[in-house]
Ligand binder design. Structure first.
Ligand code: ADP
Length: 541
């Protein structure tokens, strides 16, 4: 017997309908590519998204056609997202920091029909245009601009398109498993591969990230997604904000610490989200300007491990609670978030702090396990110290990559993340490394993340990456690549000595190389592959 309850497909259009109907006057703040600030609200975002949906339908697109965006976090980008997915097309967010060849590769792989772009990316569009034969329309996200018209023949202008259209649009209804958006892995792990999300997976993920034990989002919040909309859908925040009726502060291209401090203070941001390199900049800028970041109650750190020193700085200097979260492109992204349980209230502040450092536990809807490194399906104990391959399954986890007929899963239906981790009895996840970043010294594994966290805890170190360098006797040994803080005189020996009471003697790195800059991936993570190429041989002569 079936239940007698209504069935409504879980569609992204229902989010914007809800936001317009119940949170219409809630503010949306957008820093534009030209530096100006637009103050709008959910009513106007919704109306423009319907205007743009009319414009897209006038272009004659077919169901599930791909519409790409190469844009910062701003209001036009937000409107276009709802228009594209809401109409039944696939919103393909492109990371502009990829190399042009990779960009061409993914536009062609996705067979994008339309490409939307911000002014910043005009040179990029000029460069790739002749190599992307499937693209029928380029749309500039702004008002008419003669320079753009001259540079890209037949380009259309977003503001002109929506000005011609009505704000009446009936969002179509379709199967909730229809594809809604597409994001390519950022290529730290080889060739970019497409993760194709569905309306259903997106809606269920949105519910999960709002939960009190996840990011704890509500209509009281002013959210600043520093994480770009092209990085796993800004971790789902543009959908979550519509679901709960929060204000969004969209930071545009200004991701430097000083610009972020200004936005936080001016618009009273309560929760901000980003990768650790962003917070490094923010902390330095807040210190310099003397800002107390008064409104900011929490920040969400993910994408790379949150260094303990960073979490302590937010807590002690700014009374800001850091939520450490883990996920990946293939997992929509939320796989776990760190919130304590009732029983932890009895712990000392120190013990609580230690618990908060892990990547947290899975929300309802996903399940984690660790398995043997040799045999990917032999499940290991959740005892907090046995480490193995981290695997995940759930409602918003990939099952196969775009264009690949083979499954991306293990023989028993789990997705292997490529991360190495432990799980404790409560499901708290602690990542020790990515499998290929682990350092194998004389048959023993050393965690590069642990050594990086120690270096970054030194007051004279601004950033540090630890790589496996080839060693004639031990195969691999750890080498620290570090950036000093301004005016620091720290020496190699002083940094190596700093490790002596923190790790076993055989885990102390062999060498420190001080550099002025560490290359970052398109999503702001340290590009260890490049560092390994450059410094992987420093122990050989
Ligand atoms: P890519 O795999 O192309 O770098 P993703 O953004 O999907 O792109 O990266 C996912 C990976 O980032 C994870 O598999 C993990 O290695 C790392 N990661 C994400 N969050 C954390 C975290 N909180 N701590 C440590 N590593 C993390």
């Amino acid at each position: 017997m079936q239940g007698h309850m209504m069935f409504q497909p879980l569609l992204i259009s229902s989010l914007i309908k809800h936001a317009e109907r119940y949170h219409g006057d809630t503010a949306i703040i957008s820093k534009n590519t030209d530096g100006t600030i637009t103050k709008t609200d959910w009513t106007h975002i919704s109306e423009n998204s319907k205007r743009f949906a009319n414009a897209l339908s006038a272009l004659g697109l077919k169901e599930s056609d791909r519409v790409a965006t190469i844009a910062w976090n701003n209001h036009r980008h937000l409107e276009s997202w709802y228009a594209i997915s809401g109409s039944g097309f696939v919103c393909h967010t492109i990371n502009p920091r990829l190399f042009p060849e990779q960009l061409v590769f993914i536009i062609n792989d996705a067979q994008d029909k339309v490409v939307l772009f911000d002014k910043t990316f005009l040179p990029l569009i000029k460069g790739v245009k002749s190599h992307t034969p499937h693209v029928e329309h380029f749309i500039y996200l702004g008002a008419y601009d003669q320079n753009v018209a001259d540079a890209v023949p037949n380009v259309k202008f977003y503001d002109v398109l929506i000005a011609e259209q009505s704000s009446e649009f009936e969002w179509p209804s379709f199967d909730e498993t229809t594809a809604s958006s597409l994001c390519y892995t950022s290529g730290t792990t080889g060739n970019p591969k497409g993760a194709l999300y569905s309306h259903r997976s997106t809606l269920l993920h949105t519910y999960a990230i709002c939960l009190p034990d996840s990011l704890n989002l509500s209509a009281h919040d002013v959210m600043l997604p520093v994480v770009p909309m092209f990085h796993v859908n800004a971790w789902g925040t543009p959908y979550a904000a519509a679901m709960v009726g929060a204000t969004l502060v969209l930071p545009g291209p200004g991701l430097d610490g000083a610009s972020l401090v200004e936005l936080i203070d001016e618009f009273k941001v309560t929760v901000a989200l980003g990768v650790p390199t962003i917070w490094q900049g923010l902390l330095a800028a807040a210190k310099q300007s003397g800002s107390r970041l008064e409104s900011m109650k929490r920040n969400v750190v993910g994408g790379s491990a949150c260094p303990p020193a960073m979490m302590a700085a937010f807590k002690n200097s700014y009374q800001c609670e850091t939520i450490h979260a883990w996920g990946m492109t293939e997992t929509s992204p939320l796989g776990s978030a760190n919130q304590l349980k009732a029983k932890h209230s009895l712990l000392s502040e120190d013990e609580k702090f230690k618990l908060r450092l892990s990547q947290g536990r899975p929300p309802f809807g996903v399940d984690l396990r660790i398995t043997d490194q040799e045999n990917g399906t032999h499940v290991l104990a959740n005892d907090g110290h046995t480490s193995g391959n981290l695997q995940i399954r759930g409602h918003w986890i990939i099952d196969s990559y775009l264009g690949k007929s083979s499954s991306a899963l293990t023989s028993d239906g789990w997705f292997d993340t490529g991360d190495i981790a432990t799980l404790d009895e409560d499901g708290y996840l602690t990542l020790s490394d990515r499998s290929k970043d682990l350092i194998k010294s004389g048959g023993e594994w050393i965690s590069s993340v642990e050594l990086e966290n120690i270096a970054m805890g030194h007051p004279d170190i601004a950033m540090a990456a630890v790589i496996a360098a080839t060693h004639p006797k031990w195969d691999e040994r750890p080498v620290v690549i570090a950036i000093k803080t301004p005016n620091s005189q720290i020496t190699e020996q002083q940094l190596l000595d700093y490790y002596s009471d923190k790790v076993a003697k055989w885990q102390i790195p062999d060498k420190v190389v001080f550099v002025d800059a560490i290359p970052l991936t398109g999503t702001g993570k340290m590009l260890k592959r490049d560092l390994r190429e450059q410094y992987g041989h420093v122990l050989l002569n």
